[in-house]
Ligand binder design. Structure first.
Ligand code: SF4
Ligand code: SF4
Length: 62
């Protein structure tokens, strides 16, 4: 089952994931100190966010 999750304990909220994501703000919402993949129906499963996250906070399961 598809899932895209963020480990909030590792997330710094700097938003690199949103910056590299081809769908950007359609998926990612940046809040103070954290980020939220609020609509993953847009996700292409490209894993760019997973690779780019400096803290290894994102998990993509297909
Ligand atoms: S790139 Fe990683 S640490 Fe940065 S906001 Fe996104 S999930 Fe959080
Ligand atoms: S896997 Fe790709 S499309 Fe999906 S949230 Fe990450 S960067 Fe965006």
């Amino acid at each position: 089952m598809f899932s895209l999750t963020v480990d909030e304990s590792r997330c710094n909220g700097a938003g690199v994931c949103k910056s590299v994501c081809p769908k950007g703000g359609k998926i990612w919402r940046i809040e103070p100190g954290r980020c939220v993949p609020h609509d993953t129906s847009w996700c292409l499963a490209c894993a760019k966010c997973v690779s780019a996250c400096p803290n290894g906070a994102i998990t993509l399961r297909l």
